[in-house]
Design a protein around this ligand. Sequence first.
Ligand SMILES: [Zn+2]
Length: 206
Amino acid sequence: MIEWNIQSRAHACQACERHFRDQEAYHTLLFDEPAGFARMDVCESCWTSQYGLGASDRKGFISHWQGVYVPPPAAPPEPIARETAESLLRKLVTLGDPQYQAACFILAVMFERKRLLKVQSQANRNGQRVFIYEQPRTGDVFAIADPNLQLNQLEQVQRDVAQLLEHGLDSPANAAVADGAAAAATPPAAGATPGPEPAATTVPTK
Ligand SMILES: [Zn+2]
């Protein structure tokens, strides 16, 4: 899989180090380096003076696009402990585990259809097609490899994604299986409900 985590938008020009202003136009350059893809955000004047002229391959980058800088919002309230499709995709991309490559791809396609992700570039890496996705809301960029899914594999991958969304990445099915085995090995205490049913959640009263 692509050895590349989510890369956030810079808050300052990475050439002259001047901080971006609210709503300032900037340029993102994408480099294909031995260690993986790398992004670089530069201001308009650095783009014009250092990168804008000449063929991009001579400048070393493989792709380029423009964005508008928006300062990060204030810290969000405590996240809800529920797996959303977005948090799941971020975890899977960060994890970089090949077994989730197809799930990443399906989630990314889903977000693209909802216009929550945008393909900014395509590249090839280790003989695989790679889509460079940008999340317009945050400017975050990440690479998702095309798993070349066959039609007959699609259904299984969609089931996997639904399973991950329902149960979350942190409590995978094999953990549930292990719990079930432990419960089967231990005779339930008198009056206890057998089986893997979780304990009732206590709702705090105000
Ligand atoms: Zn600059």
